[in-house]
Write a protein that binds this ligand. Structure first.
Ligand SMILES: [Mg+2]
Length: 239
């Protein structure tokens, strides 16, 4: 018996294409650095950023604890030999980047109607990896997301990111449902699907490329091209 649906946020019900990829973030960080009056070669900045990101992930992905982006940026600025208070500059770069999220996040056009219909039959939770709680809340305020969900769980608050079981357990507890009574819907295979699956939560992957190729990865109970196909997939899953 399915009683609850957990939704990933960005890439699933919200979109912010110019912020969401790592390359877009690197460009935004570098642009801010130049705007602040510093000189830095983009290629060097990018390569150093990628190296620092990988180093940080190697450490933090052992248990998927939340990442410290200010510390990552500070290390990048140190490594490229920037003159000045690298801690303060890193904070400013990060703050300006975060400020873009409420401006650029858009609700998927399918989401409002879909979430309202589903809420008549299911308890709904938002389960998102986002490294700054106040910014996540500003986005949810701006888009009136609160009205659709019985629980909202942000990695910055929990201290652990998907695919850690800790963040999924938090959502299940808030909804008062067992793993086998829940379905996770998301667009990222490792974080959303494998993470939820490891707890025994059913999973629906939104992945237009894989869906078109007819490729259903192990771990996903269903794969769909867009939110438009979600209700049908749920029907099939619930039986
Ligand atoms: Mg996502």
């Amino acid at each position: 018996m399915i009683r609850a649906i957990l939704f990933d946020c960005w890439g699933t019900i919200l979109h912010a294409p110019r912020l969401m990829t790592r390359e877009a973030a690197i460009e935004a960080f570098h642009r801010t650095l130049i705007e602040l009056g510093y000189e830095a070669d983009f290629k060097l900045f990018r390569e150093t950023y990628l190296r620092e990101a990988e180093r940080q992930h190697r450490e933090a992905d052992r248990d998927y604890r939340e990442l410290d982006y200010v510390e990552r940026l500070r290390r990048v600025l140190e490594a490229i030999g920037l003159e000045g208070d690298t801690g303060k500059i890193a904070e400013e770069i990060w703050k300006r980047y975060l400020d873009e999220w409420p401006r650029q996040s858009r609700l998927d056009p399918e989401a409002p109607g879909l979430l309202r219909r589903l809420r008549a039959s299911y308890r709904l939770a938002l389960v998102t990896n986002f490294p700054d709680l106040p910014t996540a809340h500003r986005v949810f305020d701006t888009l009136n997301l609160w009205e659709y969900f019985d629980a909202v769980v942000v990695s910055a608050e929990v201290g652990y990111r998907k695919p850690s079981p800790i963040i999924f357990q938090e959502a299940l507890e808030q909804l008062k449902v067992k793993p086998q009574e829940a379905v996770m819907v998301g667009d990222t295979l490792e974080a959303d699907i494998e993470g939820a699956k490891s707890l025994g939560i059913k999973t629906i992957l939104i992945d237009p490329e894989r869906a078109r190729r007819g490729e259903k990865p192990e771990g996903a109970d269903a794969i769909i091209k867009s939110l438009r196909e979600l209700e049908k997939a749920l029907e099939n899953l619930v039986g």
